[in-house]
Design a protein around this ligand. Structure first.
Ligand code: PLP
Length: 407
């Protein structure tokens, strides 16, 4: 079945007369046990819940796990809980090679685990395959190569098959955060990754109404280790959240089709306006733009599109040469003015919902200084592209003239 059909058709109750078309939400903390004479499979709801089964098998199937029933994905209470479970695959004292630009929750967690002696961390430019390969072959015992592609928020693209091969040659485990792309765009396990993690909060659930995470692997041993981690650390998904995730996934293909088309069109128009100088833009980054440094790689690897996130760097009014004195502060002020002037785009962190969100990244603590201060991350939703463009263009114009539009 095509993923679009699978998303709609999978994880439904058996088709029989009077059966509901959706699985009910199983609100229970425990299950009737073997004393009642049956073969006990569930025991207690920190270990399993029927409300997890559907979304877990569906996500494994989408990520290309050969036997999703035997090796389902594992839902967690958040993307961070899923990240934590994957990191714990590594013995104490191991090393994590991670992107220098990555989701800042990951970077903060690695820094805190490094400070407590749990692991050592090295940050690399994941778009530089030779540099990552050199870091891998420099040795260092048990190693996880942690990849995001595209990275958050810089949208760098990693050569997943080449890096997986180099990592395995060095005896490292490869984890890919596939939140930005989703399995409809790229399938890291098929590129050689050992584990995929997701913030289900984002595109999979898709409506900014649930916080949830997941790990996916085709390796039964790794899956069992992360299952045990979940049971013992207890970061489980609520059954209602699991239901909402499955309901969101039903429309993933349609939502992505629209949000990716919106992102591609907005990137094209913004970049044209930047080149003409008709809008105050210093840079527009989107893996689908031919000018993106890894565009060809992205086109090969992201077979289902280029994602629904783009970034723009706002130029300050009357900007002198980029990088001149005060340029960064002026660009930050101009970017903040753009966000203030937007009427339709929602100023909020996160991404992947049906509504378009905008965020100036460097306002967040922990973002590295290599992320430009005036960088706006745009998470495109499923609204009409003309409304999104009109709003963005008017806000950029308002910022350029120093005026503020009223909400
Ligand atoms: N991975 C990426 C790429 C993210 O953007 C996020 C959250 O923004 C996470 C993981 C963490 O997920 P959650 O917020 O569901 O814990």
């Amino acid at each position: 079945m095509h993923p679009d059909t699978l998303l709609v058709n999978a994880a439904r109750p058996t088709k029989e007369v009077d059966a509901p078309v959706n699985e009910p939400v199983h609100l229970t903390s425990t299950y009737v046990g073997w004393e009642a004479g049956g073969q006990e499979r569930r025991t207690y709801a920190r270990m399993s819940n029927p409300s997890w089964d559907g979304p877990e098998e569906l996500l494994a199937a989408l990520e290309g796990v050969p036997d999703p029933k035997a090796t389902p994905a594992l839902l967690f209470s958040s993307g961070m809980a899923a990240i934590s479970a994957a990191l714990h695959l590594m013995p104490v004292g191991g090393r994590v090679i991670a992107p220098r630009h990555a989701y800042n929750g990951l970077t903060s967690l690695l820094q805190s685990l490094a400070a407590s002696g749990r692991l050592t961390m090295e940050q690399v430019d994941i778009a530089d395959t030779a540099a990552v390969t050199a870091a891998l072959s420099a040795g260092g015992g048990d190693t996880i190569l942690w990849l995001e592609s595209p990275t958050n928020p810089m949208l760098e693209v990693a050569d997943l098959p080449a890096l997986a091969e180099a990592a395995h040659a060095a005896g490292a485990l490869v984890v890919v955060d596939n939140t930005f792309a989703t399995p409809l765009v790229q399938r890291p396990l098929e590129a050689g990754a050992d584990v995929v993690v997701h913030s289900v909060t984002k595109y999979l659930a898709g409506h900014s109404d649930v916080v949830l995470g997941a790990v996916v692997t085709a390796d039964p041993d790794l899956q069992a280790q992360m299952h045990t981690h979940r049971t013992l650390h207890g970061a489980i998904a609520g059954p209602m959240e699991a239901f909402l995730a499955l309901r969101g996934m039903r429309t993933l293909a349609l939502r992505l089709e629209r949000s990716q088309a919106n992102a591609a069109e907005l990137a094209r128009r913004a970049d044209a306006a930047r080149r003409e100088g008709s809008l105050p833009l210093a840079a527009v980054v989107y893996p689908g733009l031919p000018e993106h440094p890894q565009h060809e790689l992205a086109a090969r690897q992201m077979t289902g599109g280029f994602g629904s996130v783009l970034t723009v760097e706002v130029a300050a009014p009357g900007d002198g040469p980029a990088g001149g004195p005060g340029a960064e502060e002026a660009s930050v002020a101009a970017a903040d003015a753009v966000v203030q002037a937007l009427r339709l785009w929602v100023p909020a962190t996160s991404l992947g919902g049906v509504e378009s969100l905008v965020e100036r990244r460097r306002r967040l603590a922990g973002e590295p200084e290599t992320v430009p201060g005036g960088l706006l991350r745009l998470s495109c939703g499923i609204e009409h592209v003309e409304d999104l463009w009109d709003d963005l263009a008017q806000a950029l114009r308002a910022a350029a003239t120093g005026g503020r539009a009223h909400r």
